[in-house]
Ligand binder design. Structure first.
Ligand SMILES: *[C@@H]1O[C@H](CO)[C@@H](O)[C@H](O)[C@H]1NC(C)=O
Ligand SMILES: *[C@@H]1O[C@H](CO)[C@@H](O)[C@H](O)[C@H]1NC(C)=O
Length: 266
C-alpha cells in the first residue's frame, strides 16, 4: 500500500512537472510568435526600402529649342525672397494688406505667370530664398520652386546674396537645386575638352545652356543661342568696407574661352 502510494505520489509529481514544462513551452512559442508578428507587420515595414518609392530626378525635355515660329520665351524671376511660406509676411505692402499677404502670394503669382506665358525656360536669378526668414533651406527651396516643377518646364537658377543665409552654404544650395525635378541648373560648368566639371572656378552656379534651332530646320542640331549663368557671389569686405561680391577673372576666362569655341563652330 505504501509502495503504491509513493508510486502514485511520484506519478503526480512528474505530471506536475510535465504540465509546467508544457506551460513554459507554450509561453515560449507565444513570445516567438509575437516577435514574428511584430517584425513582419511593424518593424520590417519601417526598415526595408521599397524600391518603387525611390524617386529619381525627373528630367526635362532636352535639348532646349526654338519653336517653329522662331521664338524662344524665357520667364525670368528674381528676388522671390521666400521664407517659411504661409507664416512669412510680405514686405512693403499696405497695412490693410499685411495680414493677408505671405509667401503664398508669391507662389500664386508665379504659378499664374507660368500658366499665362507658357515659357520655354524659366530662369531664377537669385535671392530665391531669404535666409533670415527661412528656417530650413531645403524646405523653402521645395516650396519656392514648386510652381516651376509642377509645370514640367525646364528651369535654371543662380543664387543671390541672401540664399545662403539659412541652413545651406552656396555649394550645397546649388547642388540641391541641380538635383531638383526638371532643373537644368549646374554647380560647375563642364570643361568642353575634358568633359568633366570645372571645379577650380570661383563661385557655385557658373554654367551655360545651349538652345538649338527649331525642330526640322537646318539649324535643328546647332546651338544658336548660348545662355551664360554666372555666380556674382554674396558679400565681401574691401579695404574694411562691406560691399557686394563680384564676378572673378576665372569666371570671365571660362566665358571667353567657351564663347570663342562657339564662334569657331559657327
Ligand atoms: C494675397 O493672397 C490672398 C489670398 O488669395 C489675398 O486675399 C490677398 O489679397 C493677397 N495679397 C496681396 C497683397 O496681393
Ligand atoms: C540632325 O541630327 C539628326 C540625328 O543625328 C539627323 O537625322 C538630322 O538629319 C540632322 N539634321 C540636320 C538639319 O542636320
Amino acid at each position: 500500500m505504501f509502495v503504491i502510494a509513493s508510486l502514485f505520489g511520484s506519478f503526480e509529481q512528474s505530471m506536475e512537472s510535465a504540465r509546467l514544462w508544457i506551460h513554459s513551452l507554450l509561453f515560449f512559442i507565444f513570445i516567438i510568435a509575437s516577435l514574428y508578428v511584430l517584425d513582419t507587420l511593424v518593424i520590417s515595414n519601417r526598415l526595408t526600402t521599397h524600391y518603387q518609392n525611390i524617386q529619381l530626378k525627373k528630367q526635362p525635355q532636352l535639348p532646349l529649342r526654338f519653336r517653329s515660329d522662331g521664338t524662344f520665351k524665357i520667364l525670368q524671376v528674381a528676388d522671390m525672397h521666400y521664407g517659411n511660406g504661409m507664416v512669412t509676411r510680405c514686405r512693403d505692402v499696405l497695412e490693410s494688406e499685411f495680414n493677408y499677404c505671405s509667401d503664398l502670394n508669391t507662389t500664386h503669382f508665379l504659378r499664374k505667370m507660368i500658366h499665362i506665358e507658357r515659357p520655354d525656360l524659366i530662369v531664377f536669378t537669385g535671392d530665391n530664398i531669404f535666409g533670415s526668414s527661412a528656417t530650413d533651406a531645403a524646405e523653402s527651396l521645395f516650396e519656392v520652386f514648386a510652381p516651376a516643377i509642377e509645370s514640367g518646364i525646364p528651369w535654371a537658377a543662380v543664387l543671390g546674396n541672401h540664399d545662403q543665409e539659412s541652413t545651406m552654404n552656396r555649394e550645397e544650395l546649388m547642388s540641391f537645386i541641380s538635383l531638383m525635378d526638371y532643373s537644368v541648373s549646374q554647380v560647375f560648368p563642364m570643361d568642353p575638352m575634358e568633359q568633366q566639371p570645372m571645379t577650380n572656378i570661383d563661385g557655385f552656379g557658373n554654367y551655360n545652356l545651349e538652345v538649338r534651332g527649331a525642330p526640322g530646320s537646318y539649324l535643328s542640331n546647332s546651338s544658336i543661342l548660348n545662355l551664360y549663368f554666372l555666380d556674382s557671389g554674396d558679400r565681401a569686405i574691401v579695404d574694411g568696407v562691406r560691399t557686394y561680391n563680384w564676378i572673378r577673372e576665372s569666371q570671365l576666362s571660362w566665358l571667353r574661352g567657351l564663347s570663342k569655341r562657339f564662334q569657331v563652330l559657327l
